[in-house]
Every structure is written in C-alpha cells, then in structure tokens.
Design a protein around this ligand. Structure first.
Ligand SMILES: Nc1nc2c(ncn2[C@@H]2O[C@H](COP(=O)(O)OP(=O)(O)OP(=O)(O)O)[C@@H](O)[C@H]2O)c(=O)[nH]1
Ligand SMILES: [Mg+2]
Length: 399
C-alpha cells in the first residue's frame, strides 16, 4: 500500500515537471538586446523581463495617433496626388520686372554705341565701328544704314554732346526702328463659330524644331490664366507622346485641360478637337501647340497649312504666333519668311533673348515679316515670358 502511494506521488511530480517544461519552451523569447560594448567585453546581467517587452514598441512609449501607425504588409495606400494649381504672375509689367535679365544680355549694344558716340572726334572709322556694332547685334543691313545716317545727322546738329543728350538721342532712334505704334496685343477675343455657337479665341503656335514652342505655349497659358481667362490646350504635336505630356504638365499647373490625340495621329484633327472642346467648355482661349518643322520640308509645311485650314472650319484663327529662337540670328529670318508664306503670321514670340546679345533681331524680323514681336522669352522659368514693350527693351539696352 505504502509503495503504491509512493509510486502515485512520484508520477504526479513527474507529470507536473514535464508540463512545466513544455509551457516554458512555448513562451516567446524576449528580444535580445545587443550586448553592451563594455570595457574588456564584459556583459551586464540582462534586466528582468516585463510585460510588453516583446512588443515592437514598448508599451510605456508615448501613444501615437492612428495616422502615424504603419499597417502590416507595407506602407498605407496613398491617395493620388492632387496637382496643385499655381497662381501665375500677371502679364502686365513683366518686361519691367525682367529688365535686369534683359540688361544683362543686351546692354553691350547700348554701352558700345554710347561709348563710340562719346568720342571727341567722330571720324569715318568711328562711324564704321558704330555700323559694325549694330550689325553684330543682328539689326540687319538696311536698318543699320538708316540708323547710322540719322545718328550722323542728329549728332552734327547737336554740336556739343553730353552723355545724357546722346542717351536720349539713341533711345529715340532705336525706338523709331523698333516701332512704338505697332499692335503688339495678343488677341484673345472670342467670336461666333460657323455653327453659330460662341467660340473661344484660337492661337496657333508654330516654328522650327526646338525654338521654344511648347514652352512658350505653356507660359502664354499662364499669362492668360493670370489675366482671368480660361484656357484649353491642344497638343497638335503628335510626333512624340512626350510632346503632349510636356504640354499637359504646363496645363495642369494652371488648371488648363489638354486635348491630345494618339501618337502619330493627324495633328489637324487634334487641333480641330481642341477648338471643339474649347467651344463645349465655354473657354476663352484655345492654344494649339504644333510640332517643330523645318521650313525646308515642303511636306511638313503643307501639313501646317492643313492644321490651320481645318481649325478654321470652326471660324478664323485669331493669332498665328511664330516662335523664333533669338540665338539663331539671321537664319531666323529665313524661317520667318517661309512660315509666313504658309500660314499668315500675326505675331512673333522671340525666345531665349536671355542667352544672346543679338537683340537687334527684333528690328530685323519685324522688317522681314512686317509683323510685330509680341512676346519675348527671357528664361526657362514658368513666368519668364513677357509681352514685348519697346520702351522697356530700349531702356534695358541703354542701362
Ligand atoms: N533660356 C531660355 N530657354 C528657353 C526659352 N524658351 C524656351 N527655352 C528652352 O528651349 C528648350 C526647347 O523648348 P521647347 O518648348 O521644348 O521647344 P519646342 O519648339 O517645343 O521644341 P520641339 O517641339 O521639339 O520642336 C527648352 O529647354 C526650353 O526650356 C527662353 O526664353 N529662354
Ligand atoms: Mg514642342
């Protein structure tokens, strides 16, 4: 009997011992802190385990809001970013604001002329130097000769020449060459479509490759939006999808919708659809960006003519802006002539004036085409396009 009792007791103790062992092996281990790098590699005794020590974040840490918690399985899904609509600078007075940039690139012409005219003896050599200075600024042969003749005459009449007299004289003569009474307004008055609906103004932007058409279209959209107009963009450069993306990015920044077509599609059809969208949306202005084309490629020039004709099914185009890169000099004049033959150019946007001292091209190109420079590009920034103001231009030249 005693032996039996002893066996039962031993069995109970053995079962208890085994179950305790099992439980202890199942309990998760608290995370192992790296051993402190004590002197001589000695390790401190591990602290007593506490509740919550095995959690990723200690329970006694400051409570976090629900937004801060990263859900298991990766970062929380992000809402698609809403493009921020910017408030562009108004167009008026931009040329004055950008005057410093203009002065930096252009005033070698003004300073050069003033220095030469201030010489005590204005001999033939000096007049030749004056002529060369004007020619090297791309003013063109005929305007240079005219200007030199007038300056000679007026300097002779003037007699003594103070720097202020010379500056005033030069200002007047340069302004006369540039023209102060040309219509430089970018026309944005809508009209009535051929279907009798109200329709937006339509502006076609044309030019050879890389002159700055898309950039100028985007910048002009900003000027118009700043002036309170609603704008639709037409991506009629269908050669590359990237061209439409580029324009769309400009549009999104100011909340202007971009109408685009399939890559390699018919540009005339995209331009037509853009104007249709402008009519439907009740927009004020539709700006149509076209692909860069060499004026020497007849097929491409014919295509441009077609874009204009197709758009005009809705009603007349208000403006055809030829974008010219000021750094290309005299070659720009040849481009202007050929584009003018295919589509009636109504205004010139002269870009990259910040990158050349040859601002005289303003005079030359107006002469060549008989149309005014309406816009000038003075940098790559979104608001670096200014309505052209002759007085501000000449003042920057002579500053
Ligand atoms: N410095 C300066 N750069 C300019 C100006 N206007 C345009 N650019 C730059 O010129 C480059 C060409 O501009 P785009 O607008 O892509 O030219 P594009 O005529 O549309 O070119 P294609 O569509 O390929 O024919 C870009 O790097 C512009 O930032 C300007 O006034 N000043
Ligand atoms: Mg382009």
């Amino acid at each position: 009997m005693d032996i039996l009792i002893l066996v039962v007791i031993i069995a109970v103790v053995a079962v208890a011992a085994i179950s305790g062992l099992v439980v202890s092996t199942r309990r998760p281990k608290p995370p192992q802190a790296p051993p402190p790098k004590g002197r001589g590699g000695a390790t401190a005794a591990p602290p007593e385990p506490r509740v919550g020590d095995d959690a990723a974040t200690p329970v006694d840490e400051e409570r976090r809001t629900i937004e801060d918690v990263t859900l298991p399985g990766g970062p929380a899904p992000q809402a698609p970013p809403v493009p921020e609509v910017e408030v562009p600078e108004p167009g008026a007075g931009r040329m004055i604001r950008l005057r410093a940039r203009l002065a930096r690139s252009q005033n070698t012409l003004g300073r050069g002329l003033l220095t030469l005219l201030s010489r005590e003896h204005l001999d033939e050599d000096t007049w030749e130097e004056i002529e060369d200075t004007l020619l090297s600024a791309d003013i063109g042969v005929a305007p240079t000769q005219e200007l030199v003749e007038r300056l000679r005459e007026r300097v002779r009449v003037l007699g003594t020449r103070t720097p202020d007299d010379l500056r005033a004289l030069l200002r007047e003569e340069l302004l006369a060459q540039i023209g102060t009474d040309l219509d430089r307004v970018v026309h944005t008055e809508g009209g009535v479509s051929t279907e009798g609906e109200e329709r937006p103004a339509v502006i076609l932007v044309v030019g050879v490759n890389g002159t700055g058409k898309t950039t100028t279209t985007g910048k002009l959209a900003r000027v118009l939006v700043a002036d309170g107009k609603s704008v639709v963009l037409g991506a009629a450069d269908t050669f590359r999808a990237a061209a439409a993306d580029q324009l769309q990015t400009w549009g999104e920044r100011v909340g202007a919708r971009t109408v685009r077509g399939p890559e390699g599609g018919d540009p005339a059809s995209v331009a037509f659809d853009a104007v249709k969208e402008g009519i439907t949306a009740g927009a004020d202005v539709v700006l149509v960006d076209t692909a860069g084309r060499l004026h020497t490629k007849t097929g491409l020039m014919d295509e441009l003519g077609k874009v204009k004709r197709v758009v005009e099914k809705h009603g007349p185009v208000n403006e055809v802006l030829l974008v010219l890169d000021a750094t290309t000099g005299q070659n720009g004049l040849v481009q202007a002539r050929v584009f003018g033959e295919v589509v009636d150019i109504t205004g010139i946007a002269l870009t990259k004036l910040d990158g050349t001292a040859k601002g005289g091209i303003v005079v030359a190109v107006q002469r060549e085409l008989g149309v005014p420079v309406k816009l000038v590009g003075l940098g790559e920034g979104p608001d670096d396009l200014a309505p052209f103001e002759p007085e501000a231009f000449v003042d920057a030249l002579l500053s």
